[in-house]
Write a protein that binds this ligand. Sequence first.
Ligand SMILES: NC(=O)c1ccc[n+]([C@@H]2O[C@H](COP(=O)([O-])OP(=O)(O)OC[C@H]3O[C@@H](n4cnc5c(N)ncnc54)[C@H](OP(=O)(O)O)[C@@H]3O)[C@@H](O)[C@H]2O)c1
Length: 282
Amino acid sequence: MRFETVTFNNDRTMPSIGLGVYKARGDEAVKAIKVALDTGYRLIDTAAIYGNEAEVGQAIQESDVGREDIFLTTKIWMPDYQDPVTALNTSLKKLKTDYVDLYLLHWPNPKQFDRTIKAYQTLEKAVKEGKIRSLGVSNFTQIQLDELQKHVKLTPVLNQIEVHPYFSQKEMLKVNNEREIITQAWSPIGGMVERSDGSELNVLKDKTIMQISEKYDRTPVQVMLRWHMQNGCSAIPKSVTPERIRSNFDVFNFHLEDEDMALMDSLNKDLRAGPHPDQFNG
Ligand SMILES: NC(=O)c1ccc[n+]([C@@H]2O[C@H](COP(=O)([O-])OP(=O)(O)OC[C@H]3O[C@@H](n4cnc5c(N)ncnc54)[C@H](OP(=O)(O)O)[C@@H]3O)[C@@H](O)[C@H]2O)c1
């Protein structure tokens, strides 16, 4: 299946839409990744803290798609910033591969930011050695990016941050763009869409998004993923449900008109689901 890509500041490319696997466990994770690869996904997003790198590695090995055709992202968890080489090698072993396409510092860890900087500097060497193809960050604010960039050689290729229609982060998108850093949206469809209490973060039930989805004869999730892509963002929706995995990837053959992009933009409520990067320490 045809898909779109984004190009990093180091000229490498990455598929714009990938499968997130946070909270996907055991066999469920293996099956979901295989369905995704069969569907045409070529980007898988995991992290050491998700506890499923071994399942990701297993699914890739068992699939018909070659490792070289898959873009694999994992992330280092904050306490491991003390020894990033061991953390990287442990992830590679679990993933059953000798390189990752993208390695991210999972959170900035503001109370020990000097350690964060040192970890990034150490990982720059792993880029040279070929164990990491591209190095990036996650959940970094403008101030944290600026501070990091004062001390490192490689500009992060990507900043993975929470972005969805109720938390559109336009300012952070601009900050990343100005630094030639790709923005990748986590919880791109609101993350907690299954909340049974019908609380505000249920983006899937948003009336405006439902109206737009009717206009294009698309699902609300497909509309949200188009909105991300047309804003220049990569997105990694998570699902372990085969029909949803397939449907979430069917987003490359329609285009939201400007007026609908503006409507989507107007939904922002500055409603963050995850912690604030200034307050989250490992
Ligand atoms: N860097 C970070 O700090 C960070 C933080 C959070 C997440 N992430 C990454 O971002 C990925 C995505 O974020 P997320 O998992 O929090 O949230 P999300 O992708 O916004 O939402 C996932 C939820 O939506 C459901 N869903 C998926 N497709 C659907 C569809 N078509 N219709 C209805 N429901 C649908 C999933 O259910 P089912 O699985 O049951 O189908 C799951 O409950 C994660 O998996 C992880 O890889 C990174």
